[in-house]
Write a protein that binds this ligand. Structure first.
Ligand code: HSE
Length: 416
């Protein structure tokens, strides 16, 4: 079996490093001989390893057209030309391995069909949770389960930022700068901090676990940019942490899909997943609860998942495309949560009464209301009982219009 690698950046370099350093181990697991034959990139200078043993090309078309190559590893990331590369390779009847969450989330359905039609495999263990073997486990060891829920910390950048805020009391913008300096956050961090990266990954996991097609716009998505040190401090006083969670839950009304920050009790296993680590908590009717923990990114750790997929292809042990079913996706307005709402208010009599009135009108029960600060700094923190998204939105709209409200500073869901 001959392998062609397209992209020698962070993960691609790791694939080369493992081939060079762990070859004997890889070979011991392969039922057939294999070779990393050709590597493709427009610029090889960023790869820190010796590339002299490989054929090199700057043309992915040339690499795919090579009749000796049976496995294409696409690791350039992004939308195009990655999608075209995958499609072209599958249509040329080559197996494809990718770490590209964006392409899978957006075009996974059609690409998996092309793979099926051409009797080849499209594998993507490295696309979610980096080194964590969650995808092959969902398809294989965990497959007897009817899943109740999958809850993940799927983005290392945001988990790093929230952990630092939690442990050091620092504000979001300060920690974001530090994360950028350390190379964890990109210069434009929006895909991570707005929850898009986690949403792509959730759609991939949920589509396997619940055997259905999911489009990104069916996921309720909120990022972490509005979380302040004050919110973190409030959570700390409750012996809780704020985490950006990706949740897929099977309810009797449909599949609930959401990515947003959550105040979770420190007794929940996900609360202790810190810094750049990722974790996926799975609850199924056979296995019960289990949690997968590990590095969600990084060159060599993620390359380990790519090689696991390559070995599955070589050994013809790749799992076929699972059957899909149509299941109801719960509309976003129907998703129910408890809310923590922090309001900047005028410090005068009647403010609490006005706010309570807006909630009472909608039959929203308030669990807790605390005034903090006084005068110019007066704040009101309200924690509600469980309410639906749509009702919360209409209450917040009315609260914002009150003259005694200076700002709705944060709205964070409580508990999972
Ligand atoms: N941007 C991602 C993260 C990298 O921060 O987790 C891996 O997909």
């Amino acid at each position: 079996m001959n392998i062609g690698l397209i992209g020698t950046g962070t993960i691609g370099s790791g694939v080369i490093a493992l081939y060079q350093n762990n070859f004997d181990k890889l070979k011991s697991h392969a039922k057939k001989p294999f070779k990393l034959k050709t590597i493709c990139d427009l610029d090889f200078s960023k790869c820190p390893y010796d590339l002299s043993a490989f054929q090199k090309t700057s043309s992915y078309k040339e690499l795919i057209a090579d009749p000796e190559i049976n496995i294409i590893v696409e690791l350039i990331g992004g939308d195009e030309p990655a999608r075209t590369i995958i499609e072209t390779a599958l249509k040329a009847k080559k197996h494809v391995i990718t770490a590209n969450k964006l392409v899978l989330a957006k075009y996974g359905k059609e690409l998996l069909k092309i793979a099926d039609d051409n009797n080849v495999s499209l594998l993507y263990e490295a696309s979610v949770g980096g080194a964590i073997p969650i995808i092959n486990n969902l398809k294989d060891s965990l497959s007897p389960n009817n899943f109740k829920e999958i809850v993940g910390i799927l983005n290392g950048t945001t988990n790093f930022i929230l952990t630092k805020m939690q442990k050091e009391g620092a504000d979001y913008s300060v920690v974001l700068k530090e994360a950028q300096k350390l190379g964890y956050a990109e210069a434009d961090p929006s895909s991570d901090v707005e929850g898009l990266d986690s949403s792509y990954k959730l759609s991939i996991l949920a589509s396997i676990a619940f055997q259905t097609e999911i489009s990104i716009d069916q996921i309720l998505m909120e990022g972490i940019t509005k979380i302040s040190a004050k919110d973190i401090n409030y959570a700390k006083n409750l012996d809780a942490s704020i985490k950006l969670l990706a949740i897929a839950r099977n309810t009797d009304k449909g599949l609930e899909l959401r990515v947003h920050p959550v105040i979770i009790s420190n007794t929940h296993p996900l609360a202790s997943v810190n810094y750049v680590f990722n974790a996926i908590y799975v609850d199924g009717d056979a296995t019960g609860e289990s949690m997968f923990y590990g590095r969600g990114a990084g060159s060599i750790p993620t390359a380990g998942s790519v090689w696991a997929d390559i070995l599955n292809i070589i050994n013809e042990s790749a799992y076929g495309t699972e059957k899909k079913q149509t299941i109801n996706i719960l509309p976003k307005e129907e998703i129910a949560s408890k809310y923590y709402i922090r309001l900047l208010v005028e410090d005068k009599p009647g403010v609490l009464a006005e706010i309570s009135g807006i909630f009472a009108k909608r039959n929203i029960s308030i669990k807790e209301a605390i005034q903090k600060g006084a005068g110019e700094d007066a704040e009101l923190v309200v924690v509600t009982h469980t309410i639906k998204e749509g009702i919360k939105n209409s209450a917040i709209k009315e609260i914002k219009a009150l003259s005694c409200i200076k700002d709705v500073a944060s709205i964070i869901r409580v508990g999972i």
